[in-house]
Design a protein around this ligand. Structure first.
Ligand SMILES: Nc1ncnc2c1ncn2[C@@H]1O[C@H](COP(=O)(O)OP(=O)(O)OP(=O)(O)O)[C@@H](O)[C@H]1O
Length: 311
């Protein structure tokens, strides 16, 4: 694998408001990277700079050995080898699926274009929908057309801003799996912005946690989940408890705490909610200044005293 994207010491302010502050990272060819962060942390601005839609004030962005610059330097912002997939899909409503995809590569000779569109329909499992109009498609199918269009002119890099946010919650898991399968088969490099930890864990090879315009942590989802470097990084991949043990405060995920009669920690149940797989039991505990979350196979009455341990 070789480096496709190199972001070096990039900063950006809007008026006097610094939004991105000295951000550096690299992306390997074929990698899928997810940028997570609070609203306003600068995720979209960073993505737009990588795509050449926004100028950086300082630093450099290089994609496939080409320096990426924004609208101040390019009459038509953006680069041929970088494509965006937006949350609104941007399909042409009066064109069929076939024509939507074909329109992206209208410059190709007929035969070549037909082969390419057919290949993309197979890749994106849309062959039986080629004559359908966007309004006749489900959200997931529209999403796959948008991906097929974004892949049509063989970009090196795909940028996706909250690609799943407009999809039905019940369908999201399946759609996400289909999209990952397509992206992996296409072997395209992807940088994706999301606020959903499941996107990060199920899709990304590595995750960037962005905090007020700076990288708080960058690592695989597993390392980030098990060894977050700060409470800010920890909260993006799931709930975290903070418990005092001696002079130290440990961050412990709920599944690493077990309710047991002689556990080292004691607390009082303040809430017990059935969540399907297990109950979420909230506990007030002297060893923490925050409410502790425990997972349990049974419910506990409010006010019950329980003990639990770190496993
Ligand atoms: N064109 C602009 N002009 C002025 N300020 C801007 C502009 N674009 C973004 N900002 C500001 O920059 C900050 C970061 O915005 P950005 O959209 O990058 O954050 P984000 O992390 O993507 O947020 P969200 O998750 O809510 O989309 C915000 O305070 C925003 O108001």
């Amino acid at each position: 694998m070789s480096t496709l994207v190199q972001v070096s010491q990039v900063s950006k302010s809007f008026l006097d408001n610094p939004v991105i502050k000295g951000v550096s990272f690299s992306v390997e060819e074929g990698e899928i990277i997810c940028i997570l962060g609070e609203s306003g942390s600068g995720k979209s601005t960073l993505l737009r700079m990588i795509g050449g839609l926004e100028d950086a004030d300082e630093g450099s962005i290089v994609v496939e050995e080409e320096e990426i610059t924004g609208p101040a330097h390019n009459l038509v912002p953006g680069f041929d080898f970088i494509n965006f997939v937006s949350q609104s899909f941007r399909l042409e409503p009066f064109r069929t699926v076939w024509d939507n995809i074909s329109s992206v590569i209208s410059y190709l000779p007929d035969q070549e274009r037909e082969t390419k569109v057919n290949d993309l329909l197979v890749l994106c499992k849309l062959t039986d929908k080629s004559k359908a109009y966007p309004r006749e498609l489900s959200g997931g199918q529209q999403q796959r057309v948008a991906i097929a269009m974004a892949l049509a002119d063989d970009p090196f890099l795909l940028l996706m801003d909250e690609p799943f946010s407009n999809l039905d919650v019940n369908m999201k898991t399946q759609i996400r799996e289909e999209i990952v399968e397509i992206l992996r088969k296409a072997e395209v490099t992807v940088i994706l912005v999301s606020h959903d930890p499941i996107d990060a864990m199920s899709i990304a090879d590595r995750v960037i946690i962005l905090e007020s315009g700076q990288i708080s942590q960058i690592d695989t989802p597993q390392v980030l989940y098990e060894n977050p470097s700060s409470p800010y990084a920890a909260k993006f991949l799931g709930p975290m408890n903070y418990l005092k043990v001696g002079k130290e405060t440990l961050g412990i995920r709920p599944e690493k705490l077990r309710i047991t009669p002689n556990g080292q920690f004691a607390g009082t149940v303040i809430k017990s909610i059935f969540m399907g797989m297990h109950y979420h039991v909230s506990v007030d505990c002297a060893a923490s200044d925050r409410v502790i979350l425990l997972y349990s196979s049974c419910s506990y009455p409010i006010g019950d005293s329980i003990q639990f341990e770190h496993v």
